[in-house]
Design a binder for this molecule. Structure first.
Ligand code: HEC
Length: 123
C-alpha cells in the first residue's frame, strides 16, 4: 500500500493558515513591527482588525491598497501626524521634534500596516 500524502498535505495547509495573512509581508518582520507598535503606544488607539479610537490597520491597508505612494503617505502620517481622513480625532506625530520614531522606523511601520489583511505592502 502506498503511503498517503494527505495527512502531510493537510498539516502543511494548517501550518500555512496558522502563519496567517502576515506571512507574505516579506519586507518587514511582522513580530518585530508588532512589538514596535506596542512599545510606541500605537495599539492604545489602533487595533489590527477592529476600529477603536482610530481606524484598524486592516481598514487602513484596504483604503490605500494598490496606491503606488501608499508607503510614503503612511510614513508621513506617522511622522507628522494626520487628521481629517477618518474622523474627528487626530493621529499624533511621532517624528520631527517629537523624535519618537526614526524615518526608517516609520517607513517599516507603514509597510507593516499596509501588509495587514486586505492590503498589500508595496515592494
Ligand atoms: C492617540 C491615538 C493614536 C495613536 C497613539 C496612534 N494613532 Fe494612528 N491614527 C489615529 C487616528 C485618530 C487616525 C485617523 C486620522 C485621520 O482621520 O486622518 C490615525 C491614522 C493612522 C494612519 C492612517 C493615516 C492616513 O493617512 O490615512 C496610520 C498609518 C497610523 N495612524 C499609524 C499609527 C502608528 C504606526 C502609530 C504608532 C507609532 C499610531 N498610528 C499611533 C490615532 C492614533
Amino acid at each position: 500500500m502506498k503511503p498517503s500524502l494527505k495527512p502531510l498535505l493537510a498539516s502543511t495547509l494548517v501550518g500555512a493558515a496558522l502563519l496567517g495573512s502576515h506571512a507574505h509581508a516579506a519586507s518587514v518582520d511582522a513580530a518585530k513591527m508588532l512589538d514596535l507598535a506596542r512599545s510606541s503606544g500605537c495599539l492604545a488607539c489602533h487595533a489590527l482588525d477592529h476600529a477603536k479610537v482610530a481606524p484598524s490597520y486592516a481598514e487602513i491597508a484596504k483604503r490605500y491598497h494598490g496606491q503606488p505612494d501608499a508607503v510614503r503617505t503612511l510614513q508621513q502620517a506617522i511622522l507628522n501626524g494626520h487628521s481629517g481622513t477618518w474622523g474627528l480625532i487626530p493621529m499624533p506625530a511621532y517624528g520631527g521634534s517629537q523624535n519618537l520614531l526614526t524615518a526608517a522606523q516609520a517607513r517599516d511601520l507603514a509597510r507593516w500596516v499596509l501588509s495587514q489583511a486586505g492590503g498589500k505592502a508595496a515592494p
